[in-house]
Design a protein around this ligand. Structure first.
Ligand code: 5AD
Length: 351
């Protein structure tokens, strides 16, 4: 069923959006309570385990020209790379044996840097040669290709809708419509792949209403995983001179995360890297205390990491995987949490 038809089933009651808006406006004692409630819900539904999902950014080649993204096709300052299947498999094996990760997330620009067939073969090999769960994040594809990858063993897929404001979506994405993006998400859900989506917080010209709608859209889509993070202007993009809509109110990034948890109590929500880019001291730690339950360290080999700059000031581009894992484990333990064992699949639909 296409997005347009599905949309007609989503009847949103106005009071609901007002409630989200009022939560996003919390201050003082109310704000303290919002953060506590989000943390309690996270604990009740998701437990104290923090799952480590290791990301490998296997190619920065992209055919698309999304206005915010540092690896957009028109950015000729980027040195383009694609890891070989052998390099990807070896990295996956290392993160499994040495780094407590139980999932590998394979992410790239949106183009056949490896063909869809090669990606399928890669998934099959990782599933055969490791016990890792495999999450893929390579953009819009047809249901047929998603099915093929599922049959190769793909467990999950990440594809953010970026913003629920259709007009803004159109302005930001010359190569894709909002409806197409949402259709991809429904296709993934329909074929039984655990589906993750999410959005950026504070895109230029977005309003608080947009943020409230973004949160409610996540709820309506009944997502298994939801990743959100602040928009960070990249100087080599058309939005390079714009500011984040909450530049002078950065607390909003955490408010958004907590309200997201309240409306999606049983979704896996990562403390995304962009939180650390905005708050280098403790962004992801704070996110874990305010609703998040997943940590996604970057295990892209160091030689490529600097070339996968979706936004500037991406932290830890020079950190070795050894010191990264030590840091992550000590962070999780310092918060009184545990490292998740097993794949950490979706808990949706379970009693
Ligand atoms: N600022 C913050 N997040 C960004 N992403 C891409 N570019 C930026 C940026 N400039 C996010 C998008 C995408 C994810 C992989 O990275 O939400 O889905």
């Amino acid at each position: 069923m296409s997005y347009k038809r599905k949309q007609s089933f989503i009847v949103r009651n106005k009071g609901e959006k007002d409630l989200v808006l009022s939560l996003l406006k919390s201050e003082g004692e109310d704000l303290k309570r919002l953060y506590e409630d989000a943390d309690k819900l996270r604990q009740r539904y998701m437990g104290d385990e923090v799952y480590i999902r290791g990301i490998i950014e296997f190619s920065n080649i992209c055919a698309n020209d999304c206005l915010y993204c540092g690896i957009r096709a028109s950015n000729h300052n980027v040195k383009r790379y694609t890891m070989t299947p052998e390099e990807i498999i070896n990295t996956a094996k290392t993160i499994e044996s040495k780094h407590s990760a139980t999932t590998v997330v394979l992410q790239s620009g949106e183009t056949p840097s490896l063909t869809d067939h090669e990606i399928g073969k890669l998934i099959e090999r990782i599933k055969r040669e490791t016990s890792l769960a495999v999450t893929l994040s390579v953009g819009n594809r047809s249901e047929k290709i998603y099915r093929f990858w599922r049959d190769c063993g793909m467990d999950r897929y990440l594809l953010r809708f970026e913003t629920s404001d259709e007009k803004l979506f159109k302005r930001l994405h010359p190569d894709c419509s909002f409806g197409e993006r949402i259709d991809c998400l429904y296709a993934l859900k329909e074929i039984g792949v655990q589906t993750g989506s999410g959005f950026m917080i504070g895109l230029p010209s977005e309003t608080l209403e947009t943020l409230a709608e973004n949160i409610l859209l996540c709820r309506d889509l009944e997502l298994d995983m939801i990743g959100i993070g602040p928009f960070i202007p990249h100087p080599d993009t058309p939005l390079g001179d714009q500011k984040n809509a909450y530049d002078s109110n950065k607390e909003m990034f955490f408010k958004a995360l907590s309200v997201l948890r309240i409306y999606n109590p049983d979704a896996h929500i990562p403390a995304t890297t962009a939180f650390d880019a905005v708050f280098p001291e403790n962004g992801r730690a704070m996110a874990l205390k305010r609703g998040a339950n997943i940590y996604m360290p970057n295990y892209t080999p160091l030689e490529y990491r600097r070339d996968y700059m979706l936004y500037p000031n991406k932290p830890y581009v020079d950190e070795s995987t050894e010191s990264c894992v030590a840091r992550v484990i000590s962070l999780i333990e310092s918060l009184g949490r545990k490292i998740g064992k097993g794949p950490g699949h979706s808990i949706k639909g379970r009693d």
